[in-house]
Design a protein around this ligand. Structure first.
Ligand SMILES: Cc1ncc(COP(=O)(O)O)c(C=O)c1O
Length: 421
């Protein structure tokens, strides 16, 4: 198997140099080059259309990261953008009072999300998880939080602790996905003080295989929450509008007391929702102050309503799941036929709309070189996947895109076997 020629990413690297003088780290957070394969991946995109993106050097890729989740239909969806443009040109969107479009969106969520007796809208997933925690603490009059998964960058949950006094997260305890025993042990110790259990309903840790809920895990968490008088919050920021329109709670049939949504909800426009039981949500009337200048900005409400309308009308998630299954079947066939699980320790985890190729850790730490070589082969072939984060399927990925990707993964694994072993 031949090595793929290196991409020209000169402009990306020049722009990164420029950015580093202006912005700490050049670009923020998980989009920094060391979160990919440094020197191989582009750093700046210039545009996207459908399931494809183009970087500033003009290289085109099939986009399997989908902006880390928001892109569920595709980039530059005309119908959504036209709805937004219409609002800009004919009504306006940033006022001192709220436009009634919020009521329409809340009514829509109420009909599709099982836990949504009431909703409120914020801008980001971190806003939403933090709001839910505050409402739950106010409702229970307790302070302890049990958490499982990534919930954003705010003080109570971010992993990197720089700039955060310990007292702002000392009442937060972490348990692992599918480890009900760990949650139970924590609750035995702190149950009386526990305000909320916040967890992703699907296991999607960074740089590790994804996990479906073990039988009884989600219901078990709900039973424990109720036993100890805590609020169960599903963090559906990734699973919402992707596993099903009503989230993982609908797909797995376990309705939490509260849930939060974001990412795919507006196909790229910045919106997130906190949904939940009426009595808990009503803490937001007086006890809890929820306000930001831009929360009522209605462009993202328009985008969310349009996204949901299209998803319902065109059965978008049925198509996404069919495409995702086609992709997963193809990749699994390649892995089995080549014996790559045994020889390279590669595995595909996840479910149709979101899946991840990881290399099992080995003592000699070959997995790191295998991972970098593999993902380098993909990016050089025009396939944008993330070495440390699962990917997503969107509506606009074509069967040709998927088949090309499956074929390239086959070549890439042969190549890794040849050069790394
Ligand atoms: C499960 C989950 N919760 C919360 C967040 C935070 O969302 P945001 O990055 O929009 O603040 C994320 C972001 O990746 C997420 O995946």
């Amino acid at each position: 198997m031949q090595e793929k020629p290196k991409l020209n990413i000169q402009k990306s690297l020049m722009e990164l140099d420029r950015a580093r003088k202006l912005i700490p780290g050049g670009v923020l957070g998980i989009r920094r080059p060391y979160n990919f394969v440094e020197g191989e991946y582009p750093v700046f995109f210039s545009q996207g259309k459908g399931g494809r993106i183009t970087d500033v050097d003009g290289n085109e890729y099939i986009d399997y990261l989908c902006a880390y989740g928001p892109i569920i239909l595709g980039h530059r969806e005309k119908e959504i953008d036209n709805g937004v443009i219409d609002q800009i040109q004919n009504k306006g969107f940033c006022f001192s009072l709220t436009q009634t479009i919020q009521n329409e969106l809340a009514e829509t969520l109420q009909t599709i999300i099982p836990s949504a007796e009431m909703c409120l809208f914020v801008k980001t997933g971190s806003d939403a998880t933090t709001t839910a925690i505050r409402l739950a603490r106010a409702f229970t009059g307790r302070k302890v939080i049990m958490r499982c998964g990534y919930h954003g960058w705010h003080d109570w949950c971010v992993e990197v602790k720089g700039g955060i006094p310990e007292k702002l997260y000392e009442d937060v305890y972490e348990f692992h996905y599918n480890r009900l025993d760990q949650l139970e042990d924590l609750l035995k110790e702190h149950g009386e003080d526990t305000a909320a259990i916040i967890m992703t309903p699907f296991g999607h840790p960074l740089a590790a295989p994804m996990e479906e809920p073990a039988p009884g895990f989600l219901q078990g968490a709900k039973d424990l929450a109720e036993k100890y008088g805590a609020v169960l919050i599903f963090d559906e920021i990734r699973t919402g509008f992707r596993i099903s329109l009503g989230g993982a709670q609908k797909a797995y049939g376990v309705v939490p007391h509260m849930s939060v949504f974001g990412k795919a909800m507006g196909n790229g426009y910045s919106i997130a929702a906190v949904c939940g039981r009426r009595d808990i949500m009503k803490m937001g009337e007086k006890e809890v102050f929820i306000s930001s200048t831009f929360f009522p900005n209605s462009l993202s409400y328009i985008a969310a309503l349009k996204t949901i309308e299209i998803m319902q009308r065109d059965k978008v998630l049925e198509v996404v799941h069919q495409k995702g299954n086609h992709y997963m079947e193809g990749v699994n066939r390649v892995i089995t036929q080549g014996g790559f699980k045994e020889s390279l320790g590669i595995r595909l985890s996840g479910i149709a709309p979101m899946s991840f190729l990881t290399f099992d850790k080995d003592e000699a730490k070959l997995y790191k070189t295998r991972r970098d070589t593999f993902y380098t082969y993909l990016i050089r072939s025009g396939i944008f996947q993330q070495p440390y984060h699962h990917g997503y399927i969107c509506y606009r990925h074509t069967l040709e895109d998927l088949d090309y990707t499956i074929e390239t993964i086959d070549q890439a694994l042969h190549y890794v076997k040849e050069v790394v072993g």
